[in-house]
Design a protein around this ligand. Structure first.
Ligand SMILES: O=CC(=O)O
Length: 324
């Protein structure tokens, strides 16, 4: 369908571009950086695109959709999260929204387990100490962290990723795994995880992994009041979305010792400025939102986003449909 046009908001891995190029004309914002919002709006006004392949950094709001015009069939995001897309406005205009679920499950679960271990065992502090020449003669109480064995693991959001985090962490010997979700899920039994409400999760668990989406319900669920009720030795890991945690409250909780540590791959805002107080706290390990940064995942994500565009333009149902 050479008369069909797709706009891609960033340079993306070749498998995605190649798939699109087989069938359509493509216009790409040729950069590794996010497209500024006004540039995206102008691009949408410039040509009548049939599909928009976007990233999680692109706000797909009324202005973009108005500029795009009524022929736009799909907003296909190369991400699992889709909180950057105004679903309601897409719905009103009959524009499909699709994401790329499934193909980043393993990469994000691997990174979540990595971050938990790094935070529990104070790995970044150790690395820094060696670099700074602070590694002196052996000391009995230097850089002592928390063991996983015998402790209680909590998973907030037992979807595909949360479940795979549990699967990877279970062999470390946790005495119990609890999870909280909107409802009980049957595959929880595969990791022997027990459903608890949010109060139960925060009060019982030594480690909590946040693996949920950001929604109005999950926004700032972890706040000052919650940190006071968590165990003092607790370690909080977030690879879901930054907005689930109130970062000001987290800073205070880590400073006051309300909880012991935090490992964050997602923050609010992103990027987190180096001057943010959390960055200088030794008990907070921060990674630059790199959960799905493997070639395996990123190539597959680009390919699925492309396939979603192809499906919508061909009047078929995309794989990762989020909203019609
Ligand atoms: O955060 C990453 C994603 O949503 O894919």
């Amino acid at each position: 369908m050479p008369d069909k046009w797709v706009y891609v908001t960033r340079n993306i891995p070749q498998p995605g571009l190649a798939k699109l190029a087989e069938q359509f004309n493509i216009e790409t914002y040729q950069s590794d950086e996010a497209i500024p919002h006004d540039v995206l709006v102008s691009a949408m006004k410039g040509k009548r695109y049939d599909a928009l392949l976007c990233m999680l950094t692109d706000q797909i709001d009324e202005e973009v959709l108005d500029a795009a015009g009524p022929q736009l069939k799909i907003v296909a995001t190369m991400s699992v999260g889709y909180e950057h897309i105004n679903l309601q406005e897409c719905g009103k205009r009959n524009i499909l929204v699709a994401n790329t679920p499934g193909v980043s499950t393993d990469s994000v679960a691997e990174l979540t387990a990595t971050l938990l271990l790094m935070t529990a065992r104070r790995v970044t502090e150790g690395v820094e100490a060696v670099k700074k020449g602070e590694w002196g003669p052996w000391k009995p109480m230097w850089l002592c962290g928390t063991e996983l064995t015998g402790r209680v693991l909590g998973i907030y959001g037992l979807g595909r990723i949360g479940f795979n985090v549990g699967r990877r962490l279970k062999p470390f010997g946790f005495s119990k795994i609890y999870y909280t979700d909107v409802h009980e899920v049957s595959y929880a039994k595969d990791i022997d995880a027990e459903f608890v409400d949010f109060d139960g999760l925060i009060e019982k668990c030594d480690f909590i992994c946040v693996c949920c989406n950001l929604t109005p319900q999950t926004r700032h669920m972890f706040n000052a009041e919650v940190f006071k009720r968590m165990k003092k030795g607790a370690i909080l890991i977030n690879t879901g979305r930054g907005g689930v945690i109130d970062h000001e409250a987290l800073t205070e909780a880590l400073r006051n010792g309300d909880i012991t540590g935090a490992g964050l791959d997602v923050t609010e805002p992103e990027p987190l400025p180096p001057t943010h107080p959390l960055v200088s706290l030794p008990n907070c390990v921060i990674l630059p939102h790199m959960g799905s940064n493997t070639w395996d995942s990123r190539n597959a994500m680009a390919e699925i986003a492309a396939k979603n565009c192809i499906a919508a333009i061909s009047d078929q149902t995309p794989e990762g449909i989020v909203a019609a």
